[in-house]
Design a protein around this ligand. Structure first.
Ligand SMILES: Cc1cc2nc3c(=O)[nH]c(=O)nc-3n(C[C@H](O)[C@H](O)[C@H](O)COP(=O)(O)O)c2cc1C
Length: 241
């Protein structure tokens, strides 16, 4: 998976060698990695070197997990395999007006999605609220992994439970921070998990025993795109008196 012409299809963490020697880390403060990581929604086509990805994947295995199960299982795609997945997902999403099969957001939380939508589509992409076709086209870019040259499909054994999903989340965040340190952008995407059969049809290595939790778009971000510089607010830490 080292070049854009690679035919590499998938790899899983379990198939990676255990904790090989790591290259010297770049000098980025953890605070800087945490505060500069953000969701990239427009990527350049150049894929990061395989060594960069391997370093980040290896660092991420240091994440804690319930009973040290290390329940994360990633399938990485690039090149023709990723192109096939993008085509299949875009086709499915384009012909499903109801959107991906993911649990609906409860009404009490809808305001967060509305605020994010205004930032991403309104401020970031300059699409007005009334431009239904423009917004729909922009949403469909989820299924192109926003042009990313590498994508991960994040899975977990179906027999495991919410504590283990927490462990997978800790792994994914560690992976995002490790990639941030190396100048690589990311976007976690639950949207693609709404088409599990489409993914399974292309990524045949994913066994039925695994749930597909989310995707992650990976690559160098296009710094000229405003959508990569939007502001997503955070709730304040509650004060305890
Ligand atoms: C579990 C999870 C699922 C997400 N799914 C999507 C998605 O399907 N599409 C998308 O554009 N962003 C998705 N995001 C990115 C969030 O919208 C983003 O993390 C949030 O708005 C905070 O912005 P930031 O990542 O730029 O800090 C997801 C993030 C997480 C953690």
């Amino acid at each position: 998976m080292s070049t854009s012409t690679s035919t590499t299809t998938t790899t899983t963490l379990t198939s990676l060698p255990t904790l090989p020697a790591l290259p010297s880390p770049k000098p980025m403060l953890l605070t800087t990695a945490i505060t500069t990581r953000h969701s990239t929604r427009r990527f350049l086509s150049t894929p990061p070197p395989l060594t960069t990805l391997h370093t980040a994947l290896t660092l991420a295995t240091h994440a804690p997990s319930n009973s040290n199960i290390q329940p994360w299982c990633l399938y990485l795609l690039s090149g023709p395999a990723l192109a096939r997945l993008k085509t299949a997902l875009l086709s499915a999403a384009s012909s499903t007006p109801t959107g991906p099969a993911i649990p609906p957001l409860p009404a009490a939380f809808q305001r967060f999605r509305s605020a994010l939508g205004q930032q991403v589509y309104g401020v970031g992409l300059g699409i007005s609220h009334s431009d239904t076709a423009g917004r729909r086209a922009a949403v469909l870019r989820n299924f192109d992994f926003f042009g990313a040259p590498v994508a991960a499909i994040v899975c977990m054994d179906k027999r495991l439970s919410s504590a283990d999903a927490v462990s997978v989340g800790m792994y994914v965040q560690t992976l995002l921070l490790a990639l941030t340190e190396q100048g690589v952008g990311t976007c976690v995407e639950v949207a693609v998990a709404g088409y599990p059969e489409v993914i399974r049809d292309v990524v045949k290595e994913i066994p039925e025993s695994m749930d597909i939790l989310c995707g992650v778009a990976i690559g160098y971000e296009d710094p000229t795109m405003k959508v990569n510089h939007i502001y997503t607010p955070r709730n304040l830490v509650a004060q305890i008196d």
